[in-house]
Design a protein around this ligand. Structure first.
Ligand SMILES: Cc1ncc(COP(=O)(O)O)c(C=O)c1O
Length: 350
């Protein structure tokens, strides 16, 4: 249940080797201008393209700064003549993105929001007018445990923060003008963010004097090597992508993630002591949020899952209860451990 992520042991072994000896030097010592590292960067970028079937006309970039810098970078690069942006507000990360868009000087309209029910659902059936520079969505909401299983069709460019479910399922990249994701859930260690950018959007911003680092056009022209990239994070994500591609890519990953989620949600729904906190159709495959119906059982349950070796199950303070994060690398066996604990509690107290 690790938060924010876990790694397949197999590639951690390769990583260990590279820390000692990557090409004679440690991966921590190697120059980012060396051919050996350029090959790493290119393999990582290419494998993201392969994994998500990225169509021609899109570029894949690795930048520093995480998704939080991405909130600002995307706003600045997508700003056009109207200086108006439409945001779907599905929780804390959407709100953070909205704040940065405003900081960039955009007038933000929340075209839909699930704030009325503490973000326990994904708004649907809303309209997005043509008079916006772009529309922004957040594909998965870690804190509230919701996920967009279908993306709204909009007539303006679509920007999506896929930080917390990137590479967990196939997506139709052609539906988006800009996808961004912090690395640290399904891709690699913190320190990098990935941008998948439709090349035709580059160089069209109306933002005056974009600082160089925030300008995606410059990163594209420099093949994602404008400055020193987050070498270690890119290297680990390259190993992870290799592992993903050898194991059936995102299609197989989606099946594994679905099986994990089915196992846990099945237990939440059938166990008399628990209930889920989100509406069923919007449940996240990455983060399952649930509560005990009777708070008096909290200590007993907490002691039981901790004794079973589970870590990080406590829910975010905005929701309370529990949150089981089931990112790509988490094996179904770990979900089974939690399910067994829940069953045991029901046997004793149900
Ligand atoms: C959907 C989403 N967006 C943005 C962020 C923030 O990412 P970072 O810490 O890389 O800035 C997170 C972090 O969990 C997230 O889940």
């Amino acid at each position: 249940m690790q938060v924010p992520a876990s790694y397949p042991r197999k590639y951690l072994n390769n990583l260990q080797k590279a820390v000692l000896d990557f090409n004679g030097l440690s991966i921590l010592e190697v120059s980012h201008r060396s051919q050996d590292f350029i090959d790493v960067m290119e393999e990582a970028r290419e494998n993201i393209k392969k994994a998500l079937n990225v169509p021609a006309g899109y570029t894949v970039l690795y930048l520093q700064g995480g998704a939080s810098l991405g909130f600002l970078i995307t706003a600045i690069n997508m700003m056009r003549g109207t200086k108006k942006a439409a945001y779907l507000n599905t929780g804390a990360w959407s709100k953070a993105a909205i704040k940065e868009a405003k900081n960039a000087g955009l007038a933000v309209t929340e075209v839909a929001s699930s704030a009325d029910k503490n973000f326990n659902y994904i708004p649907k059936g809303f309209a997005v007018g043509n008079d916006f520079d772009y529309f922004h969505s957040t594909s998965n909401n870690t804190i509230f445990g919701t996920q967009l299983h279908q993306f709204p069709k909009v007539s303006v460019p679509h920007v999506c923060d896929m930080s917390s479910d990137f590479l967990s399922r196939p997506v139709n990249v052609a539906d988006f003008d800009l996808i961004y994701a912090g690395a640290q859930k399904n891709l690699g260690p913190a320190g990098a963010a990935v941008y998948i950018v439709k090349e035709e959007i580059l160089g069209k911003s109306s933002y005056a004097n974009i600082p160089s680092y925030l300008n995606l056009k410059i990163h594209h022209e420099k093949e994602s090597m404008f400055n020193t990239p987050p070498v270690f994070s890119v290297y680990v994500s390259m190993l992870n992508l290799r592992h993903l591609m050898k194991n059936g890519g995102v299609e197989a990953m989606q099946k594994r993630n679905q099986a994990k989620a089915d196992l846990l949600y099945g237990e939440i729904d059938s166990n008399p002591l628990f209930e889920g906190t989100t509406v069923k159709e919007d449940r996240s495959l990455m983060n399952a949020t649930f509560v005990l119906k009777d708070n008096a059982l909290e200590k007993e349950f907490n002691d039981m899952w901790k004794a079973a070796g589970i870590d990080g199950l406590k829910g975010h303070r905005d929701v309370g209860g529990y949150r089981a994060s089931m990112y790509n690398a988490l094996e179904i066996g770990s979900v089974q451990v939690l399910v067994d604990v829940m069953k045991e509690l029901a046997k004793k107290r149900g």
